[in-house]
Design a protein around this ligand. Structure first.
Ligand SMILES: Nc1ncnc2c1ncn2[C@@H]1O[C@H](COP(=O)(O)OP(=O)(O)OP(=O)(O)O)[C@@H](O)[C@H]1O
Ligand SMILES: [Mg+2]
Length: 286
């Protein structure tokens, strides 16, 4: 897991990486956040304001990955981000976790844990010790860290595999261990990069249900990156749709359907259609 602690809740990163006080940052983020955002700035855990990010590739060509992205996520909510491959979704999460800096704009976010697109488990540790790693890094003794992680294995259908090495797990199981590790970081913001992308359809549905249930009990803010529009609508309180590169916000939808949500629910169907249209994928609706 890659993660980076901030200097407390509400640290801001500007284009030049400066820190701004939480109060000032919230106020400026709120006024620049746009009319589509709802709620007061005090309730927002994450505020991105006019964020752009460029890369220069090996041949000196500038790649505009993200352009002028302004988004907000309220504390304890799930902001799902969907967009085509290469539109800057991973870049966005890495900036939220402090692993990259924006070239323009500012990011206000609490300490975050990243669940990377590839599981990046440590091959020499058991599944249990991989999951418990953030607790160990935070100073917990081995027995205490294991005791905290172990009960969650059953919840994720991993019971009996606590001592297995990553090489002995299926892709879906590894992904679930990586998810547990992110959860056990205890960070207020979870940045999940396609957490269910590698799972088969059945496990994926089970995991979606589990996450939805788990987040009802835990007040964490989640940024969920996914390619799957239906997953975004099932799990998100908001769904931000990004255009193809450079990623720009083409829709910022509020999902107010009660949970747990079902694919067959009218509100879910309608929002899925709106998100697909924002992605330019009307053909999917035929
Ligand atoms: N370190 C880097 N150096 C150069 N270009 C980069 C770097 N990181 C990302 N990019 C480019 O930025 C763009 C966005 O990449 P990113 O990984 O954020 O996309 P993504 O939306 O996560 O894609 P996917 O859905 O395929 O995971 C891509 O064109 C990518 O090639
Ligand atoms: Mg990605």
């Amino acid at each position: 897991m890659q993660e980076q602690s901030r200097e407390g809740f509400g640290g801001e990163r500007s284009a030049h990486g400066e820190s701004v006080s939480a109060g000032g940052a919230s106020a400026s983020g709120a006024s620049a956040g746009g009319a589509s955002a709802e709620g007061s700035a005090a309730e927002d855990a994450v505020i991105l304001t006019g964020v752009s990010r460029n890369f220069v590739d090996r041949s000196g060509r500038t790649i505009h990955a993200l352009r002028d992205v302004s988004l907000r996520a309220r504390r304890g909510s799930v902001l799902a981000v969907v967009g085509p491959s290469g539109c800057g979704k991973t870049t966005l999460l890495e900036m939220l976790c402090g692993l990259q800096q924006p070239d323009a704009g500012s990011i206000l976010a609490p300490p975050a844990a990243l669940m990377p697109q590839r599981d990046l488990l440590l091959p020499w540790l058991s599944a249990l010790d991989n999951a418990a790693l953030p607790l160990r890094i935070a100073g917990a003794p081995k027995a205490a860290a294991r005791a905290k992680a172990e009960p969650l294995f059953a919840e994720l259908g991993l019971e009996g595999f606590e001592r297995a090495r990553p090489s002995e797990l299926s892709g879906g199981m590894r992904q679930r261990v990586a998810f547990l590790r992110t959860l056990l970081s205890g960070k207020p913001l979870l940045c999940l990069d396609e957490p269910f992308g590698a799972l088969d359809a059945i496990t994926r549905m089970q995991m979606q249900r589990w996450l939805s249930e788990a987040l009802r009990h835990e007040r964490r803010t989640v940024i969920l990156v996914t390619h799957d529009v239906e997953e975004a609508v099932l799990l998100g309180d908001r769904v931000a749709v990004l255009s193809k590169r450079p990623g720009e916000v083409t829709a910022d939808l509020t999902v107010d359907a009660p949970r747990p949500r079902a694919r067959s629910q009218q509100a879910v169907i309608e929002l899925r259609e709106r998100a697909l249209r924002a992605l330019g994928l009307e053909d999917e609706l035929r």
